[in-house]
Design a protein around this ligand. Structure first.
Ligand code: SF4
Ligand code: SF4
Length: 399
């Protein structure tokens, strides 16, 4: 797993450099894909020979896959970075506080009860406006800023189907869908119900494991992947994921953990699945409004951006303004928004400015991490905007 031999495929052409968000920020070769590949090659040497700053520059990578998507030599950058971080893990020197925070954060993701408890605690602290209290630990303040205002769980009655039964589909909600993204979950259920699908959500499903995989913990990530494979084994039909970050990792399961091949073959991004159905029979009310569309790195570079634009084109009179058609990352990048606060804030600031400049009152994004990150940035600026997944807007316009 932690084989770095594919670094040899890099011909150092530098074509990836203009597409790398961290290189755009620092203009430092060590923060570029090419520079990071050279640092990975250094990992083959004894640790005593590693250059100072090696950890910092490899940790600053967003894992956005922008370099991989356009590399003419097809360097598998994402897998290489996973391998590099796995090697680094054995050499990290964390204080007991950092170890505790890391273990608690990763542990919470994998425990349904723990997640609910943590969210309830954060919401309570948020209601007390504690993030404004001086002297609060920086990491807790950051959590409080990122967590959105709670939304009530108000399931609507089933949407009447317009088509004959098309069979079952499964919804992958992972570790955040039930807690932080109920609106998207309900919208997907509404749209699929209208199309004639019966939707089920496997009770024993859990975290997709992307954060563990990218943080140098492939063993735990594999354990989570196997558990998800088992959770969906008895529910027939496709498995749809609506958070682009989770979906990209689920679609990568078989390559990382071959025993999950059967599960992986059933996974679809919800936007691709709906776009493939076509709008036939679905009627959407016009919405003569400008909306801003942020394309997450995982949607653009791994899943594909076209289905998102296709779905939005079904809403008559909607004016979609893309925020980052040329690329660029909002700085969420999984746990990056917590572990690299300075870089993350700089990336967010640049994107928030572009969003505000559109004058739109609605921001669309397909990833919950980007939604949390940009929502916090907009609140900090005092900008009121509705943030939602494109399918939530689509469901809201169902006639
Ligand atoms: S990663 Fe690819 S695009 Fe970037 S320098 Fe290497 S070969 Fe060129
Ligand atoms: S994955 Fe993204 S941040 Fe990392 S080197 Fe490639 S382009 Fe840069």
């Amino acid at each position: 797993m932690n084989d770095l031999s594919a670094t040899e495929r890099c011909v150092k052409c530098g074509l990836c450099l203009p597409h790398c968000p961290t290189f755009a920020l620092t203009a430092n070769e060590a923060d570029s894909p090419r520079g990071r590949i050279s640092l990975m090659q250094m990992l083959e040497q004894p640790a005593s020979d590693w250059s100072p700053g090696l950890f910092q520059h490899l940790d600053r990578c967003l894992m956005c896959h922008a370099c991989e998507a356009m590399c003419p030599s097809q360097v598998p950058f994402g897998h290489l970075m996973d391998s590099a971080r796995q090697r680094l893990e054995a050499h990290r020197q964390r204080s007991w506080r950092q170890r505790l925070a890391f273990a608690a954060g990763m542990g919470l993701l994998t425990s349904g009860g723990g997640r609910k408890l943590a969210a309830a605690g954060l919401y309570s602290l948020q209601r007390l406006r504690l993030e404004r209290v001086p002297g609060l630990p920086a990491s807790l303040r950051r959590w409080l800023q990122l967590v959105p205002r709670p939304t009530p769980d108000t399931p609507r009655p089933a949407t009447p189907a317009i088509a004959a039964s098309r069979g079952p589909v499964n919804l992958f909600t992972g570790c955040t869908g039930d807690l932080l993204d109920k609106a998207t979950r309900q919208a997907v259920i509404d749209l699929l119900g209208r199309l004639g699908y019966s939707v089920t959500m496997a009770a024993r499903q859990g975290c997709c494991g992307a954060l563990h995989q990218h943080a140098g913990q492939p063993g735990k990530a594999r354990q989570l992947a196997r558990a998800n494979g088992q959770a969906f084994a008895d529910s027939p039909g496709p498995i749809l994921a609506f958070a682009s970050g989770c979906c990209a990792h689920l679609q990568n399961y078989a390559q990382l953990y071959p025993e999950t091949q059967a599960f992986t073959e059933r996974v679809h991004d919800v936007t691709s699945f709906l776009a493939a159905q076509g709008p036939a029979g679905l009627n959407f009310r016009p919405r003569p409004e400008k909306v801003a569309l942020q394309m997450p790195c995982t949607q653009r570079n791994q899943l594909g951006a076209e289905p998102v634009s296709e779905l939005l084109s079904w809403i008559p009179q909607l004016q979609v303004t893309p925020i980052n058609p040329e690329g660029g990352c909002c700085g969420a990048a999984g746990s990056y928004m917590l572990t690299q606060p300075q870089m993350s804030d700089r990336l967010r600031e640049a994107m928030v400015e572009k969003i505000v400049a559109t004058g739109a009152r609605v921001l669309l994004t397909t990833n919950i991490g980007c939604s949390l990150q940009l929502g916090a940035g907009l609140r900090q600026k005092g900008v009121e905007m509705a943030l939602m997944h494109p399918v939530t807007l689509l469901a809201a316009q169902l006639a």
